[in-house]
Design a protein around this ligand. Sequence first.
Ligand SMILES: [Zn+2]
Length: 256
Amino acid sequence: MTQKSNQSAAFQKLNDEIDFWRAEDRKVRFFLRDDDAVSDTPPLRKLVELSKRSDTPILLAIIPKMADKSLAKLVQETPLVTPAAHGYAHISHTPQGYKPCELDRFRPLEVVIEEMKAARAKLAGLVGEGISALLVPPWNRIHEEIIPHVGDAGFAGISAKGWQRDPTPVPMVNVHMDIIHWSGGVTGRDREWIYLNLAENLEAARKSGWKPVGILTHHLVHDDRAWDSLEAIFEIAKQCEAKWIAADDLLAERQA
Ligand SMILES: [Zn+2]
């Protein structure tokens, strides 16, 4: 990337990191996941339009219990969108004092497995063919006891958040960067944060074997700054000739 004298330290750090990839002739790869879809809404339309501009596939995490026919229609009309089950009802079943979790160890295992099956069936019934083999846990949280059983409900992998250090019983296609600052008033991250965070995640990706970096959005809560954060990521991706890849293709890569 070209460097100007007035650029910030964060932007410089990102440029330096991209240079590492260039020097080794490695292509930066990203994937995009968007969570909490239930209906065809103007923000979802906006996300789809943005992704079309840069030919970016979206793993759209849909709450099966709440999803409606308008969403099904949008999904069916948009080949770039792959629908995925985002839990079943996005309801936590943990006791007070525990972090929220729908794929939890507090209910009997069979109940959770049946619910995962119902999630897949409801989504398939709504949108038809082509749903993702990935289960997207609400709050990016699935208790360890549940992970080996996602296959019992027809899922081949999980998309949660963070870099996975240890081997997992099923493949994980995680996101790494959430453009929303949840604890800071549910607002978009600013560009400086985006540059720094992208640099850090690309470094982690490089050090774990030139892995792809997953970007997480939540179209329903995007303010102007969140949309700008996403634009910034698309700009960077374009400048460093990154490849946007579908999450299920990454899953296939993990399985190979
Ligand atoms: Zn969610």
